[in-house]
Design a protein around this ligand. Structure first.
Ligand SMILES: NC(=O)c1ccc[n+]([C@@H]2O[C@H](COP(=O)([O-])OP(=O)(O)OC[C@H]3O[C@@H](n4cnc5c(N)ncnc54)[C@H](OP(=O)(O)O)[C@@H]3O)[C@@H](O)[C@H]2O)c1
Length: 253
């Protein structure tokens, strides 16, 4: 890390897990670049961080616009004197039964969760490699291990991100650049507010942020929580399809 305050760019900073990570990293001494579309929420968060003696700048951006998010990360890299950490956290997760899913629902999910995340992660990666230091973090999900009801596009997008991050990690071994895949279970945020399904082992955003900040500090390859759900989900990979299908969904939507 730099000798001055470590620096981080984070997408999805306006709400939920992203906002909680920002508050935690600011308390840990990071100088933050806060990115999302809702500028007023970013300004409020920046003011909150500054009122506690922290440092934060606002970078309004729609990550679905991959050119814009690439430019935004690069501008922050320039302005903050070289980013130590880039976190691709922005994501959307609409629930839709397969028989009522339109292509545009799928497209918008993939544009944010895959294209936006990949553009964020890659924007200054060559510079980090050149400097021999840096850390890129993606927020995937425990939902990326197997298909889930009404979540084909969401689970598929998170499966992509999980494997993409693993590939980056393998390639970047020995370069000084770390790669971390964050795989949360259920976290209480606006994304899960409308979820009518059971949410076992639901955690608060501050608990999620604590797990994520500790994992980032030790440059963990993978951060999963809560451990109970992570164990269940990983074991479920071995279940036969028929058993899995019956366990998670009812026939006909
Ligand atoms: N909550 C959970 O249970 C859970 C579990 C596993 C993984 N996750 C993942 O955690 C991440 C954060 O989710 P959350 O639960 O904190 O949800 P959230 O409270 O709804 O926050 C989503 C964040 O993403 C930003 N965002 C969405 N679309 C964007 C776009 N096109 N451009 C820029 N920013 C965009 C939103 O900001 P603006 O609307 O201001 O742009 C917001 O800050 C997501 O990737 C999600 O898939 C969540």
């Amino acid at each position: 890390m730099s000798e001055s305050a470590p620096t981080a760019f984070i997408t999805g900073a306006s709400s939920g897990i992203g906002k909680a990570i920002c508050l935690r990293l600011a308390a840990d001494g990071y100088h933050l670049a806060l990115a999302a579309r809702r500028v007023e929420l970013l300004e409020d968060l920046a003011a909150n961080i500054r009122s506690k003696g922290g440092q934060a700048e606002v970078y309004p951006v729609d990550v679905a616009d991959t050119v814009a998010v690439t430019e935004s990360v690069r501008a922050a890299d320039e302005a903050l004197g070289g980013l130590d950490l880039v976190i691709a956290n922005a994501g959307i997760g609409r629930q839709r039964w397969a028989g009522k899913t339109s292509f545009s629902d799928v497209e918008s999910t993939l544009q944010v969760n895959i294209m936006g995340a990949a553009a964020t992660l890659l924007a200054v990666l060559p510079k980090m490699v050149e400097r021999g230091r840096g850390h890129v973090v993606g927020v995937s999900s425990l939902a990326g291990y197997r298909g889930l009801p009404k979540s084909a596009a969401y689970s598929g997008s998170k499966a992509f991100l999980r494997i993409f991050l693993e590939g980056l990690r393998i390639d970047l071994r020995g370069t000084g650049v770390a790669v971390t895949d964050v795989q949360p279970g259920f976290v209480r945020t606006p994304m899960t507010d409308d979820n009518k399904n059971p949410m076992p082992f639901l955690v608060e955003p501050e608990v999620a942020a604590d797990q994520i900040a500790r994992g980032i500090a030790r440059r963990a390859a993978v951060i999963t929580f809560p451990w109970q759900l992570a164990t269940l989900v990983r074991s479920a990979q071995a279940l036969p399809n028929g058993l899995w299908d019956r366990a998670v969904g009812k026939a006909g939507g």
